[in-house]
Write a protein that binds this ligand. Structure first.
Ligand code: GLV
Ligand code: MN
Ligand code: MN
Length: 411
């Protein structure tokens, strides 16, 4: 059995880095908080007896050797960055849980055939550069020079932020892992929804992850005098955009499975006595079926076209990312079910509505995900919480699944 107090104590300790007065945690990519969190996790890795390295895109990696030096590597881990004002479990649990499994194996003197590595991925959330899963994209070789030009709110590009933290953006390729050297990637995470809580279960086995479409929509109207322009002579970008947001909600609701969110909304020029001439907003659209997601996208933009004509405004769109839905491997799901049975844990199989690094890793190896219950389903919020017992159940399942995948050496 893993050491649940150690897991929980480390979660609290890591959660102090980037802690804000609001009660939430903000640890964005390539910041001093990000650096400090990696230094602390490196210390946990050291205590677990792992060899430690950092790759060219800022992922921190801890490795435990297997008996067979030529065997493929089993990967686990999750992301170390957080959203703005996030909780202490999202991402952190998968890293601390992975390290805990390896520290427990060390303490128990158990060896495996395959090596196991824990990744603390950099920038899964995409909160700083509006572009998620930077670290895992680096591992699969999916970063281009254009991605390095993405800017944060202060106008700093990814390339500049990298260089400020001592990384060379010309060396991205060095983070790539070859398919041939990998066996699987298994991620432990909080559910971030209410399904497990409603079922009164601590553990879930993930069947697959929904797609992720991120887009920026720019609505162009005409700025004008708020006092001198009659209502029938306006091209108010904000009123048009407000209708668009309503359309987005309505079309997503129709399917029963799709979720769509407008999370950022900026009005220009932003004067109290100026008719808004320009609005920029983001769209996040997800479904477990790519086909359904595509249909909703098409119907949203058909409606938006009508709004543009009616209100005399124009739109421009910019795709920030399109990630397809991701299935979890059958082999993993069977192993996770067996682990739950061996541990006497009742489980539930469910899809993930949140995005995860596993969506990138699936391009180079089979993936699997284990969920644990989230209190009130709350996440991306300082109130995000999971109990020590639930964290322990999840890490114990991870222990069994990793031992199965990396092949425990008996005796
Ligand atoms: C990450 O948590 C996401 O689902 O956007
Ligand atoms: Mn998250
Ligand atoms: Mn996460």
């Amino acid at each position: 059995m893993i050491n649940k107090e150690r897991v929980y104590q480390r979660l609290q300790e890591l959660g102090k880095i980037g802690h804000r007065e609001s009660g939430g945690v903000t640890r964005h990519a390539f910041t001093t908080e990000h650096r400090a969190s990696k230094d602390l996790v490196a210390e946990y890795m050291r205590q677990a007896g792992l060899s430690i390295r950092e790759d060219a895109v800022g992922n921190l990696i801890g490795r435990r050797e297997g008996r067979d030096p030529n065997a493929t590597v089993v990967l686990t881990g999750s992301h170390i960055d957080t959203v703005c004002d996030g909780g202490i479990f999202d991402g952190a649990l998968g890293i601390i849980g992975g390290i805990e499994v390896l520290q427990t194996l060390k303490e128990q003197g158990i060896e495996t055939q395959h090596p196991i590595e824990v990744y603390a991925f950099n920038d899964e959330e995409g909160s700083r550069f509006s572009f998620s899963m930077f670290g895992s994209r680096g591992v699969i070789g999916d970063l281009s020079p254009k991605d390095l030009e993405m800017k944060d709110k202060a106008g700093i590009t990814v390339a500049q932020a990298m260089s400020e933290q001592g990384f060379d953006s010309l060396k991205l390729q060095e983070a790539i892992r070859a398919k041939e050297e990998l066996k699987a990637f298994i991620e432990l995470h909080i559910e971030q929804g209410k399904v497990l809580e409603c079922k009164d279960l601590s553990v879930g086995i993930v069947t697959g992850i929904v797609n992720e479409l991120w887009m920026k929509v720019i609505v162009k109207g005409e700025a004008g005098h708020a006092g001198a322009t009659p209502m029938n002579l306006r091209q108010d970008a904000l009123v048009a955009a407000a209708e668009m947001v309503q359309v987005i909600e309505r079309e997503a609701k129709k399917t029963g499975s799709t979720v769509a969110t407008v999370g950022r909304f900026n009005v220009f020029p932003g004067g109290i006595n100026i008719i808004p001439g320009r609005v920029e907003f983001t769209l996040d659209l997800r479904d477990i079926s790519q086909e359904v997601s595509d249909q909703v996208e098409t119907s949203i933009f058909k409606e938006i076209e009508g709004i543009c004509q009616e209100r005399g405004v124009q739109i421009e769109t910019e795709i920030l990312q399109r990630i397809p839905p991701t299935p979890c491997s059958q082999e993993f799901q069977l192993a996770a079910k067996k682990a739950c049975q061996d541990l006497g844990l009742e489980y539930y199989c469910l899809p993930s509505g949140a995005g995860h690094d596993a969506m990138q890793m699936v391009n180079i190896c089979p993936i699997g995900m284990i969920f644990i219950r989230s209190k009130d389903g709350i996440s991306h919020n300082p109130l995000e919480w999971s109990s020590m017992e639930d964290c322990a159940d999840g890490v114990n399942v991870l222990y069994h699944v990793l031992l199965d995948s990396a092949v425990r050496i008996e005796g």
